[in-house]
Design a protein around this ligand. Structure first.
Ligand code: ADP
Ligand code: MG
Length: 607
C-alpha cells in the first residue's frame, strides 16, 4: 500500500490555526493592538467599519518593520519576540506565538504599510488568503498600518456565524477598553463608521478610567495602593454605593495584561462584604505586578487566564488591601446608617400610639396565638386605598402577615370550592398569598409584574402600531462613550418601539419622545437596565434586541419588592399574571409563583 500521510499546505494550516486565534472581529482588534504596543507605539488608532466585519484598521507610530520582516511577519511561527524556549518564562511582550498575522492573513484581505525610522521608504504589502498579491516600496510614516478587510471572506460558515453589529461592536469595545486601560501612557482613538467613539490622550490611570467610563466616574473612585515582596497592587475600586447592576466594569491587569480571575474577583468582592446591596456588582480597576516567573499566563489560547504560584497569599493580600482602602474612605458608616434604621424599627414602632393593638413582644407565657383573631380592628392597613401611606416598617408587615394567616384559615374553609377571585394578602411587601383550590399560591410581586409587563411590551412591539409620546422638554442623559455606542447601535430598534432621539454626543443622548408606557422619570432607569441586559445577553447566541428591550423595560418598570400594594392592586396583579401566556416564569427565568398543596401543608404539621 502506498503512503498516505501528507503535510498540509501552509494556507490550509494557517486557516486551521486561524480558527483558534480569530473567533470574531474583536480577536483581530486585540492581536493588532497588542502588536502595536509590543512595537513601542505611543499613539494607536483603531478604525472600524460595520463592527469590524468590513474593515479593521490599526495605525501605530511604533518601530515598524524592514522589508524582510514585513514579509516574514505573515509566516507562521514568525516572531521577533522569543528565540528560545527559556524566553517563555521571561515574557515582557503581549505576543510571542508568531501566529496572529499569519492566521489573520489566511482568512481576510490584509494590507500593510510599514516603515522603520531610519528608512527613507517603507514597504507596502497586500495579502489575500495567505498569498502575497502586491509588494512595493512606498512612502509612508514611521510605524505600521494594517488593514484587515472582509474577515472570513473565504469561510462563509464563519462569516455567517458572526453576530449582529451591536454584539460584535460590544466585543471590540471590550477589547479596546482592556488594552487602553492597561496602557494609560499610550494615546488611543477609536472610530467606528466615521463616528469618533474614543479619543484617549496620554494620561495617568485615573484620567484614563474617567475618559473611558465618563466624567461621573471620577468621584466614585477609591485609590488602592499596596506594595509587598511578592506583589504590588495599584488602581481603584468604585465606592460601594456606586455598585452596578451589570458586571461590566471589573478589570484585573497582571503585568499590564488584562486577565480574568474568578479567584481574585472573589477576593475583591469579599472585601466589600456587607457593603453591597444584593445583586449589585462592585466596579474595580486593579493592576497587579508580580515577577514574570511566578505566573503562567499561557494556560488559555486567548491568554486571558492566569495562574499564580501562591494564589492563597495573593487572595489574602488583595482582600485586605481593598478592605483597608474602603475603610479609609470611611465608607462603612454610611451604609451602617441605612442598616441601623431597619434594626431600629421595632423600637420605633412600639412608640407609635396610632395602632391600638400592639401585640406583646416580650415573653408572655399565657399568650395564645390563635386568639389574635379578635384584634381585627387594626386591619386598616389591609384593603385600604393606595399609598401615601407612611413607610411601613418590616416589623409591621410581619404583624400584618400573621394576622393574614389567621384570616387565611377562614378563607380556606369557605372558598375551597372556588379558586377564583380569592382575597390576596401581601407579605413583607414582597409576596402575595392567595388561596387556590389545591392549597395556596405564593406570588413574587415584582417578578410577577415583570412577566405581565414583558408580555405587554412584546405584544406592543410585534403586534401594535408604534406610538411615541413627545416630551414637553427633551431630556439629556449622560452615559459613558461605550454606553452611547451601544445605545446608538440599538437606535433604530429603540425607535421602532417609540423612542425618539434628538442628539447623540460622545457622552450624552437627548431624547424627545418615549413609548407611552415609559414615563419621563423612568427613562434613565430603563436605559440603564437595557445596557446592563445587552451586556449580559450579548454572548448569547439567541440575542434578540426586542426581547432584551422587553425584558429590560419590564424589569425597570415593574413594582419593586418593598412596595405596598392595595387590595385592588394585588388582585389586578394576580389576574393579569394568570392571563399571561406563560404566567409561571419571569422574563429572567425565575419562578413567579409557587404553590403549596393541601397535602404539602398537612405534611408540615405531621409529628
Ligand atoms: P507575535 O506577536 O506573537 O510575535 P504576530 O503574528 O502577531 O506574532 O506578529 C509577528 C511579528 O511581526 C512580530 O513578532 C513583530 O516582529 C512583527 N509585527 C507585527 N505587528 C507589528 C507592528 N505593528 N509593528 C512592528 N512590528 C510588528
Ligand atoms: Mg502578536
Amino acid at each position: 500500500m502506498s503512503d498516505i500521510i501528507q503535510l498540509l499546505p501552509d494556507h490550509v494550516a494557517n486557516q486551521i490555526a486561524a480558527g483558534e486565534v480569530v473567533q470574531r472581529p474583536a480577536s483581530v482588534v486585540k492581536e493588532l493592538l497588542e502588536n502595536s504596543i509590543d512595537a513601542g507605539a505611543s499613539c494607536i488608532k483603531l478604525i472600524l467599519k460595520d463592527a469590524g466585519k468590513t474593515l479593521i484598521q490599526v495605525i501605530d507610530d511604533g518601530k515598524g518593520m524592514s522589508v524582510t520582516d514585513a514579509r516574514l511577519s505573515f509566516e507562521r511561527h514568525a516572531t521577533s519576540k522569543i528565540r528560545a524556549a527559556e524566553d517563555l518564562f521571561q515574557l515582557h511582550t503581549k505576543g510571542f506565538r508568531g501566529e496572529a498575522l499569519a492566521s489573520i492573513a489566511a482568512i481576510a484581505h490584509v494590507e500593510m504599510k510599514t516603515k522603520q525610522e531610519d528608512q527613507e521608504l517603507g514597504t507596502h504589502l497586500k495579502i489575500e488568503g495567505s498569498k502575497v498579491t502586491y509588494q512595493e516600496m512606498a512612502s509612508t510614516p514611521t510605524g505600521t498600518s494594517i488593514s484587515v478587510k472582509n474577515l472570513f471572506y473565504n469561510i462563509p460558515a464563519r462569516r455567517n456565524f458572526l453576530k449582529s453589529d451591536t454584539v460584535e461592536t460590544r466585543h471590540i469595545i471590550d477589547e479596546f477598553q482592556r488594552i487602553s486601560l492597561a496602557h494609560p501612557e499610550i494615546t488611543f482613538s477609536l472610530h467606528h463608521n466615521s463616528n469618533e467613539v474614543y479619543r484617549l490622550s496620554e494620561s495617568n490611570l485615573r484620567k484614563r478610567v474617567v475618559s473611558i467610563f465618563g466624567s461621573k466616574m471620577n468621584e466614585k473612585l477609591v485609590p488602592i495602593e499596596e506594595e509587598t515582596e511578592m506583589i504590588s497592587i495599584s488602581g481603584f475600586v468604585a465606592k460601594p454605593e456606586y455598585a452596578k447592576k451589570k458586571r461590566g466594569e471589573q478589570f484585573f491587569f497582571v503585568n499590564d495584561r488584562f486577565v480574568k480571575s474568578p479567584y481574585l474577583h472573589h477576593a475583591v468582592v469579599a472585601a466589600f462584604d456587607g457593603l453591597l446591596e444584593q445583586g449589585s456588582h462592585p466596579s474595580y480597576f486593579l493592576y497587579l505586578k508580580v515577577p514574570t516567573k511566578s505566573i503562567d499566563i499561557n494556560i488559555h489560547p486567548t491568554k486571558t487566564e492566569v495562574k499564580f504560584d501562591d494564589e492563597k497569599a495573593l487572595y489574602a493580600i488583595l482582600r485586605a488591601t481593598v478592605k483597608h482602602s474602603l475603610g479609609q474612605y470611611s465608607i462603612a458608616p454610611v451604609l451602617d446608617f441605612n442598616r441601623d434604621s431597619n434594626l431600629d424599627t421595632p423600637y420605633d414602632f412600639s412608640k407609635k400610639t396610632s395602632v391600638p393593638s400592639t401585640p406583646k413582644i416580650t415573653v408572655d407565657p399565657t399568650f395564645n396565638p390563635f386568639k389574635t383573631e379578635t384584634k381585627r380592628e387594626s386591619s386598616s392597613s389591609v384593603g385600604s386605598t393606595y399609598v401615601p401611606k407612611k413607610e411601613t416598617t418590616s416589623w409591621e408587615s410581619l404583624y400584618v402577615a400573621t394576622e393574614e394567616k389567621v384570616e387565611q384559615e377562614d378563607l380556606f374553609e369557605t372558598t375551597s370550592e372556588h379558586h377564583q377571585a380569592n382575597k390576596t394578602f401581601q407579605i413583607q411587601k414582597k409576596y402575595l398569598l392567595s388561596s387556590i383550590k389545591s392549597g395556596v399560591v405564593l406570588i413574587h410581586q415584582s417578578l410577577a409584574h415583570q412577566r405581565v409587563l414583558y408580555e405587554e411590551f412584546l405584544e406592543s412591539i410585534t403586534v401594535k402600531e408604534v406610538s411615541s409620546q413627545q416630551l414637553l422638554f427633551p431630556i439629556t442623559i449622560s452615559f459613558s462613550s461605550a454606553e452611547i455606542e451601544t445605545i446608538y447601535t440599538l437606535k433604530s430598534d429603540l425607535e421602532s418601539v417609540g423612542f425618539d432621539f434628538d442628539e447623540f454626543t460622545k457622552e450624552s443622548v437627548t431624547i424627545k419622545g418615549t413609548p407611552p408606557s415609559i414615563s419621563e422619570s423612568k427613562i434613565t432607569n430603563v436605559l440603564e437596565e437595557l445596557l446592563a441586559n445587552v451586556d449580559l445577553d450579548v454572548p448569547d447566541t439567541n440575542y434578540n434586541p426586542f426581547d432584551v428591550m422587553a425584558k429590560s423595560f419590564a424589569k425597570s418598570l415593574a413594582i419593586k419588592t418593598g412596595t405596598y400594594l392595595s387590595q385592588k392592586e394585588q388582585e389586578n396583579l394576580v389576574n393579569n399574571l394568570f392571563s399571561c401566556k406563560e404566567p409561571s416564569i419571569a422574563p429572567d427565568g425565575r419562578a413567579t409563583f409557587k404553590t403549596l398543596t393541601l397535602n404539602e401543608i398537612d405534611q408540615l404539621f405531621q409529628g
